[in-house]
Design a protein. Sequence first.
Length: 416
Amino acid sequence: MTPLRRAWRRLKHNAAGLDPHAPPEALPDAYYGLPQAIAAPTPPEGVYLYGDVGCGKSLLMDMVFTCADAQMATAERVHYHSFMISVYEMMHKYDLMSPAERAAANVFHPLDAVVALRLGRRNAADTGGGLLCFDEFQMADVADARLMHGIMTRLMKSGTIVCFTANRAPQDLNRSQLLDADFRPFLDLLHDRCQLMKLDSDTDYRQVLSSADASDRRYYLPSGAPERDLHDLWRAETGTDWDDVVTRVLPVAYGREFTLRRASPSKEAAQLTAAELIEAAVGASDFRALAEGLRTLFITDVIPIFTSDTRNLARRFITLIDVCYEEKVRIVMRTEAESLDDMFSKVDVTKPDASLAEGTQFETEVAKEGVGAGNRALGSTTLYTGEDEAFAFDRAVSRLKEMQTRNFHRRTALFW
């Protein structure tokens, strides 16, 4: 470099406020006359709402989402179960993409594909305001913790505001302390990027609403109720006789299907047995397919009182309730329990065992099928404890009571 060029460089560096000894690769684009890249906006902090069952977390999130939906470029509210299923589906799509297709979409990591597809943007690097609301957030699985850390980091860098509702404070999500090194990065991210707010209420407002509607509980029948009561409800819901049914096939994921052997001709209702719903090899992805295709689900046989020996079935039943509640699907059922409060009364939550781990992992294992084995995040270890199980039971009973009410019936009609 000539003395004159060195002098010119020093003058140019000084005018730009730069270190005169800075190497070329450290210089900003403007130094070379290029337009500067637009940095992603720093999004406002998200919110992490937590509290007991029925204290109003989901209602508050619904209010935030409703207000934001008309104002923000991208806004979505999703139940955690459904979100994780969609994550595994999108990772599966990424596995099937050729290198050329990945280059054209500007995605070079499976989680980039998740963020790009989830936000409806051209690629994971696009920026702009957005809101993503997670309802009933939980960490049932170390794989989920690893994936959520990567997804949330990318979402927040893109300018997305993320809100959560949960039954637990962040530090209590991993009560079992399994693989804390995998869980800690996500916990730190929650503390850094979200305001933590506890709704401190001992009142289950779902039960309050259920008590107010006690004179008209249409969808829960005691075990001693004659089968004709079930048939009468079917006729009231569908306008057809009990045996006037057709067969429907619902797509699930990865080429799997769920067959409804007794669906109404209008395709809004179906009859299924407990064996088909909670004893067969089904999980959250199957229940989501059911909920997206039905308005009312009739369980034709009597649901037993769950015990410690059938806690896997209890977990699957809870997943069914969660998905149907979120998708505003009515459930007509009979149970051996004298009241809904007794449905899980014979499960000893003080003694969770290996069968609980198997049951809690099943739902995500079904979703993970077909996703490339090379993804380290898919190694699973359950994070559930007996206290988590008790929370899940209380939430399911609370939701079942609300699902009987006239108010839930009206919400279902509006949803459809």
